[in-house]
Design a protein around this ligand. Structure first.
Ligand code: SIN
Length: 290
């Protein structure tokens, strides 16, 4: 590894653990993700529990809550504590407008999220985060994991010269690229937005790489060839460096909350012909901060 890569890793892995009083928070990998126990999400959280969940989310970006028995109202109440619920887009033909059903069967034409992406990055104001509650997992309890990547560290492990090149650039995020193979409802306006290529987390101001293979189509300041080569290199960084990742193995009743402002994820489709089912609620965010 290069010295600047080691320094970036060292800075992240040596950060002190917060002294939690009401929760137990165990890191999944040294750089991203934590399993949180000591909280029942079907009940109102105490003020101190809320404060500690917020701290854990800020520090670990992906929180895993096991053995939860939740109604849709419980799920919405917990999500609503972090902001306004985000309507599913395009809207579901029936059911709750805030609940995206994630259902994969052997007959599925499309498998949601089976590639590295950030939820809704083509929107002018992408979501703050997503909460997925999985109740049915592939038999025999194998497969269907989700991987997450720390996009702060993806940026910080680039060479100083590469970071200087990327810092002032923007990128186009195009829903049409992500929706290939899926026909949106008639009249639906496919989102397309330009965001900073290197964004800052709105709460910590820490920089991160904001480009994902599903939605990001072009760096407008570069020629098409330059843009393609640079984006492919950046996508390879996200996918090809396991040191940026954690991997969540789902059990029924697991809720995972991830920060779309600094995390990419990939739902691995490795469980044909089995079924996987869950419900996802997203929370509104703001414009991507440069
Ligand atoms: C998604 O939000 O992309 C789905 C994630 C998953 O199914 O694990």
């Amino acid at each position: 590894m290069e010295q600047y890569e080691l320094e970036a890793l060292e800075a992240v892995t040596t950060r002190p653990a917060h002294p939690y009083r009401t929760l137990t928070v165990q890191r999944i990998t040294p750089v991203i993700g934590a399993e949180v126990s000591g909280v029942d999400l079907s009940k109102e959280l105490s003020t101190e529990q809320w404060e500690e969940v917020v701290i854990a989310f800020r520090d670990h970006h992906v929180l895993v809550f096991r053995d939860q028995l939740l109604t849709s109202d419980d799920h919405k109440r917990f999500a609503g504590g972090f902001g306004e619920l985000r309507p599913v887009d395009p809207p579901p033909p029936e059911g709750d407008p805030h609940i995206l059903e994630i259902r994969t069967t052997a007959a599925a034409a499309n498998v949601a999220g089976n590639g590295w992406h950030t939820d809704g990055s083509a929107d002018a104001e992408p979501s703050l985060g997503s909460m997925l509650y999985i109740t049915e997992v592939p038999e025999p309890g194998r497969g269907g994991d989700t991987m997450f990547a720390n996009m702060h560290l993806a940026y910080e492990m680039l060479s100083p010269a590469m970071r200087s090149l990327l810092d002032p650039l923007t990128a186009i995020h195009d829903g049409a690229q992500a929706f290939q193979g899926y026909t949106p409802p008639e009249g639906y306006v496919v989102p397309r937005s330009e965001h900073p290529l290197i964004a800052r987390h709105p709460e910590t101001d820490r920089k991160l790489l904001y480009a994902n293979r599903a939605y990001t189509s072009r760096i407008p300041q570069l020629s098409p060839q330059e843009s393609r080569a640079l984006l492919d290199m950046l996508f390879d960084v996200t996918a090809g460096r396991p040191v940026l990742h954690c991997r969540v193995h789902w059990t029924p009743g697991t809720l995972v909350f991830w920060d779309n402002r600094c995390v990419q994820h990939h739902a691995i489709y490795d469980y044909y012909p089995y079924t996987r089912y869950g419900q996802r609620i997203a929370i509104n965010g703001g414009a991507v901060k440069g």
